[in-house]
Design a binder for this molecule. Structure first.
Ligand SMILES: [Zn+2]
Length: 274
């Protein structure tokens, strides 16, 4: 929860803004001090409106020598506009991104230290992608970091992760993680692993074996690249998802116990052998 507050404290982590640069420096320093191997991958994207975005994916690798690896990913950038705000005057303001951006990032940052302290049975790649939430869904200015990572993914073999687990919007005070249908369609065995890990911990009430809605998220470019990846997402943030992409996406609407639960589920997944 402290890691969520720290991120929100940087201000909007929107490409080109001060908070974005501050967050990037903080992430690299935090991961470095955790002891994991850190790589940054900076690239540019020209948007449909002609703006050039400078984006950076951060990859932290635990047990870098291991050939059998899994990937956990999340986006660290935040949305420049509050399109869903009820007050039209607020729609041009950036979201605070406590849940949509900071929650998954906080969990993976915390996990970095854990993985260094207690070596996992396989290599674990923690990927923090940039530019997930920048533009319009239809325009192609979304999921930019995941697309960039997917383009550079090596062919199947040693060193390439065998599957991926995406965390997005994982801090709601009222958590519910139904199964995301595209994940089931293309990565059913991985869905089974994650939801079974939740069940072993007694969290089936929050991770029901029920279908949620299809989500256009960072798992899609990875699925397209042939890497089976599931989306762990709670797409019911506030009453009727009314806090999503609004100024209401604040730390008060994020719960330490939800962050803890999701962190435990991925920890169980890893230490039970992946
Ligand atoms: Zn978003």
């Amino acid at each position: 929860m402290e890691l969520v507050r720290t991120q929100v404290g940087f201000g909007p982590r929107v490409p080109g803004r001060e908070g974005h640069a501050a967050q990037l420096a903080w992430m690299v320093a935090h991961l470095d001090s955790a002891g994991v191997e850190v790589q940054t991958d900076t690239f540019t994207h020209v948007t449909t409106t002609g703006d050039t975005l400078h984006l950076t994916n951060v990859l932290a690798r635990a047990k870098p020598e291991a050939t059998r690896r899994i990937l956990l990913l999340t986006h660290w950038d935040t949305r420049p506009i509050s399109d869903n705000a009820t007050d039209p005057a607020l729609r041009s303001t950036p979201i605070p991104g406590a849940n949509d951006g900071a929650s998954g990032t906080a969990i993976l940052m915390e996990l970095a230290g854990l993985l260094e302290g207690t070596p996992p049975p396989m290599g674990v790649d923690l990927l923090f992608v940039d530019g997930e939430d920048y533009g319009d869904y239809g325009a192609g200015d979304m999921l930019l970091g995941a697309k960039h990572y997917a383009e550079k993914l090596p062919p199947p073999g040693p060193g390439r992760p065998i599957y991926g687990v995406l965390l997005d919007m994982v801090g709601d005070v009222d958590p519910r993680f139904p199964v995301e249908p595209t994940s089931v369609q293309y990565a059913q065995p991985v869905v089974r692993k994650v939801w079974d890990a939740a069940r072993r911990l007694g969290y089936s009430k929050f991770f029901p074996d029920a279908a949620g809605q299809d989500i256009a998220d960072d798992h899609i470019p990875l699925l397209n690249a042939g890497l089976p990846t599931v989306d762990v997402i709670d797409f019911s943030y506030g009453p009727g998802n009314s806090w999503w992409h609004t100024p209401e996406d604040t730390p008060e609407h994020v719960s330490p116990s939800t962050l803890g639960m999701v962190g435990q589920v991925v920890t169980e997944l890893i230490y039970s052998g992946g």
